[in-house]
Design a protein around this ligand. Structure first.
Ligand code: NAP
Length: 261
């Protein structure tokens, strides 16, 4: 069975690695092309948009794709909508890999906001030192709150036109450690942390560090995502789902080991 993995996440990468070792599955791994040095798995890879739902549906047909895996980031809502719509058009199932959202625990005092535009308002009217860990494309709303000073961490350098006036950039890519996050918050004398509710372990230590240091957390809620054929929470569950539903060997074939499926 041939699958297309819409990636750009740790889950997509890990699933592609597992598929690479499979006898019954082959995969194409797709990234949007925003990162100059993306992490690519040892399967066939492609980069760049498909041209909307119609373009993706055409790709699925032209490349004889049997199943589409949407392993994009939980905030990549447009790509997820296109995936479900294109799967319907092409008549193939769509498996969504969506890591669970973070939940506040004891000692957490999070301010929840519905979208990024609400986050600068939630920081408040008085000048504050804020750490923004929201990627490179959602920074523009913070230009409307120039009284704050911003420490911005992202994988790529954001475009100049979205940057707020008082900022400092750090280019870095997770996973991050609790020690490192403590140092970052303490050295920058950070008062407010703004983050998307991405979920997952790789970037969660900032939340523990914020709790320890009494840093306010502004948590941006996930966008609404479409309903796929099935949804799982991580790469292992995705691989198991693929094996159970679509890569079962015929009765005559030898029984594979779990990793060999
Ligand atoms: P988006 O707004 O949902 O997608 C915008 C457009 O980018 C899509 O319509 C599609 O173009 C193209 N695209 C997105 N993901 C693609 C993929 N895996 N392969 C090929 N084309 C893709 O998504 P985004 O927020 O820009 O995110 C882009 C990529 O970065 C995703 O793969 C996502 O997993 C990753 N990422 C996003 C975030 C985030 O916070 N948004 C964080 C970490 C990683 P066409 O319509 O032309 O097909």
């Amino acid at each position: 069975m041939r699958i297309l993995i819409l990636g750009g996440t740790g889950e997509g990468f890990a699933l592609a690695e597992r598929v690479a070792g499979s006898q019954h599955l082959s995969a194409v791994y797709s990234v949007a092309g925003r990162t100059r040095t993306p992490r690519l798995p040892p399967v066939e890879c492609r980069s760049g948009g498909f041209g909307g739902t119609a373009g993706l549906a055409a790709y699925l047909r032209d490349h004889a794709i049997d199943l589409l895996v949407d392993a994009t980031h939980p905030f990549a809502a447009q790509m997820s909508r296109h995936a479900v719509a294109a799967g319907e058009r092409a008549g193939i199932p769509v498996l969504a890999v969506r890591r669970p959202a973070w939940q506040p625990g004891p000692g957490d005092a999070w301010t929840m906001v519905a979208e990024m535009a609400d986050a600068p308002v939630a920081i408040g009217p008085h000048p504050a030192r804020a750490l923004l860990t929201i990627g490179q494309i959602d920074l523009a709303p913070f230009r409307a709150a120039p009284q704050h000073s911003y420490l911005i961490r992202s994988v790529e350098t954001p475009p100049q036109e979205v940057l707020p006036p008082h900022h400092r950039l750090i280019r870095d890519r997770g996973p991050f450690t609790l020690d490192g996050e403590r140092r970052l918050l303490a050295d920058g004398r950070i008062e407010v942390l703004v983050t998307k509710n991405s979920g997952g372990a790789a970037t969660a230590p900032k939340l523990a560090a914020a709790r320890e240091l009494g840093v306010q957390v502004i948590m941006v809620a996930r966008p609404a995502l479409p309903t796929a054929t099935a949804e799982v929470g991580d790469a292992d569950a995705a691989f198991d789902w693929l094996c159970a539903h679509h890569a079962a060997p015929t009765a005559a074939a030898p029984q594979p080991t779990r990793r060999g499926v």
